[in-house]
Ligand binder design. Structure first.
Ligand code: HEC
Ligand code: HEC
Ligand code: HEC
Ligand code: HEC
Length: 345
C-alpha cells in the first residue's frame, strides 16, 4: 500500500491533543440554524439500484464494477476475517446483519415491503438514494432539451433541486467527502473493540482515494475518457476531505465510552485532522477553515463527551459545505502537499 503521502511527512500529529489536554477556552460559534445532515446509508425504500443508472451511465457502471466497492458484495462474507468479526459479535449473518450492511452493502425495499441486499457499495451509497432525484437530475429544461442545450440558470436550479431531493451531487465536493468518510471512519465502538474491525481507513485522503480506481469522470467526453479532475477541483477536494475527516472523526469520538482502540484511534484521527487544518489555515486564507480551527480548539477530545463533539461536528459540516460551495480563496499554496498521481489508489 502506498501510504506515505507527502502531507504526512510534512506535518506531524499532535499526540498531546488527545484526551483532554487540548482544552482551550470555549469559543461561542454562531449557529445559522441550517445544519447539514450527516451522511447516512441510503433509505431502502428510495433505492433504485445501479440498473437504473446504466442506460445513461454505462461507462461509470463499468468502472464501478471493477472496484472493491462492487466486489465486497461477492467477497466479504467468504473472508475468514469477516467471519471472525461476525462471530465475536454473535452475528449469524454478514449480508443480512444491519451491522455490516450500513457500509458494505446496499439495501432495497421491494414492492412487498421486504428489504434485501442488492449490491455492495453502490452509486447510491455515495450519491444518495435516487428515487426522488432521478427525474430531476436529467431534466435539462423540458423534453426537447439535452444537457448541451441547458441554460446556466437552469443548471443551477436543477442541481439545487436534486440536492433538495436527497442527491449528494458532486457539484459540492464536501457532500461527496462526507459520503466517503461515513464509511471510511468506523463509528461503532463495539464493532472495533469487541469485533476487532479496523477502526477506519487511517490513511484515507480524498484526492488520492478518489482519483485512482474509483474515478469515473466521463461527462465531459460523453462516456469516452475517464478524466482526472482539474487542479482547481483537486485543491478544493484536498481541503474538503480534511474537513470531512475532522467531522467524521469527531462524530466517532463522540460515541467513545471506553479508553480502548476505538476511542483512542478516533480521537487521534480527529487531532490529526485538526492539526492539518490548522496548518492549511496558515498557508491559505479561508474564513471557513479559520472558523473550523477555532471550533476545534474549543473542544475536548475525551470520553463521554457526546453533545459537545456532535455539536462541533454539525457546525463543521455546515462550514465544510460552505467552503466547497463558495470558496474564492486561492488554494494554490497547497499544491506541493496534494498527493500526485503516483499516490492515487
Ligand atoms: C435518462 C438518463 C440518466 C439516467 C437514467 C441517470 N442519469 Fe445521471 N446524468 C444524466 C446526464 C445526461 C447527466 C449530465 C448532466 C450534466 O451535464 O451536468 C447526469 C449527471 C449525473 C451526475 C453528475 C451531477 C449532475 O447532477 O449533473 C451524477 C452524480 C449522476 N448523474 C448520477 C446518476 C445515478 C447514480 C443514476 C442512477 C441512480 C443516474 N445518474 C441515472 C443522465 C442520466
Ligand atoms: C462504519 C462502516 C463499516 C461497518 C459498519 C463495517 N465495515 Fe467492514 N470495512 C469498512 C471499510 C471502509 C473497510 C475498508 C477499510 C480499508 O481498506 O481502509 C472495511 C473493511 C473490512 C474488512 C477487511 C476487508 C478486506 O478486504 O480484507 C473486513 C473483513 C470487514 N470490513 C468486515 C466487516 C464486518 C463482518 C462487518 C459487520 C459486522 C463490518 N465490516 C462492518 C467499513 C465498515
Ligand atoms: C457505503 C460505504 C462506503 C462509502 C460511501 C465509500 N466507501 Fe470506499 N470502501 C468501502 C468498503 C467497505 C471498502 C472495502 C471493501 C472490501 O475490500 O471488501 C472500501 C474500499 C475503498 C477503496 C479501496 C481501498 C484499498 O485499500 O484498496 C478506495 C480507494 C475507496 N474505498 C475510496 C472511497 C472514496 C473516495 C469514497 C467517497 C467518494 C468512498 N470510498 C466511499 C466502503 C465505502
Ligand atoms: C465511492 C463513492 C462513489 C460511488 C460508488 C459512485 N460515485 Fe459517482 N462520484 C463520486 C465522486 C467523489 C465524484 C466526483 C469526482 C471528481 O470530481 O473527481 C463522482 C462523480 C460522478 C459523476 C460526475 C462525473 C463527471 O464527469 O463530472 C457522475 C455522472 C457519477 N458520479 C455517477 C455515478 C454512477 C452512475 C455511479 C454508479 C455506477 C457512481 N457515480 C458511483 C463518488 C461515487
Amino acid at each position: 500500500m502506498k501510504t506515505a503521502s507527502r502531507w504526512l511527512t510534512a506535518f506531524s500529529v499532535l499526540p498531546a491533543a488527545i484526551f483532554g489536554i487540548l482544552s482551550a477556552n470555549a469559543i461561542p460559534v454562531e449557529n445559522s440554524g441550517q445544519i447539514l445532515e450527516p451522511a447516512k446509508p441510503p433509505e431502502p425504500s428510495l433505492v433504485l439500484g445501479n440498473e437504473a443508472c446504466v442506460k445513461c451511465h454505462t461507462a461509470e457502471v463499468q468502472v464501478w464494477k471493477k472496484t472493491p466497492h462492487a466486489s465486497t458484495f461477492e467477497q466479504l462474507h467468504r473472508k475468514p476475517e469477516a467471519k471472525t468479526i461476525a462471530s465475536k459479535l454473535g452475528l449469524n449473518s454478514i449480508k443480512n446483519s444491519g451491522r455490516c450492511v450500513a457500509c458494505h452493502y446496499t439495501q432495497q425495499q421491494t414492492a412487498d415491503a421486504t428489504t434485501r441486499v442488492i449490491s455492495g457499495v453502490s452509486c447510491e451509497s455515495c450519491h444518495g438514494a435516487a428515487k426522488n432525484w432521478m427525474a430531476i437530475h436529467h431534466d435539462f429544461g423540458g423534453e426537447d432539451f439535452t444537457r448541451l442545450d441547458e441554460s446556466p440558470t437552469h443548471r443551477v436550479q436543477r442541481i439545487a433541486a436534486s440536492v433538495k431531493a436527497g442527491m449528494r451531487n458532486p457539484k459540492n465536493l464536501y457532500s461527496m467527502a462526507q459520503s466517503c468518510l461515513r464509511c471510511h471512519t468506523t463509528a461503532d465502538e463495539e464493532l472495533v473493540n469487541v469485533g476487532g474491525h479496523p477502526a477506519g481507513s487511517l490513511d484515507f485522503e480524498f484526492v488520492s482515494w478518489s482519483q485512482g480506481l474509483v474515478r469515473h469522470n466521463f461527462l465531459n467526453s460523453d462516456g469516452k475518457i475517464n478524466e482526472l479532475s482539474s487542479p482547481e477541483r483537486l485543491r478544493t477536494m484536498f481541503v474538503a476531505g480534511m474537513i470531512a475527516e475532522l467531522e467524521a472523526s469527531l462524530r466517532a469520538t463522540a460515541l467513545a465510552t471506553e479508553k480502548a482502540t476505538y476511542g483512542i484511534t478516533s480521537a487521534q484521527r480527529a487531532a490529526r485532522a485538526g492539526a492539518r487544518l490548522a496548518s492549511i489555515q496558515q498557508k491559505v486564507d479561508s474564513p471557513e477553515v479559520a472558523k473550523i480551527v477555532e471550533i476545534f480548539k474549543s473542544i475536548q477530545l475525551k470520553l463521554n463527551n457526546e453533545s459537545q463533539l456532535t455539536n462541533a461536528a454539525d457546525q463543521i459540516a455546515e462550514l465544510g459545505y460552505k467552503f466547497a460551495e463558495t470558496t474564492e480563496t486561492d488554494l494554490s499554496p497547497l499544491d506541493r502537499f496534494i498527493p500526485g498521481r503516483d499516490l492515487y489508489k
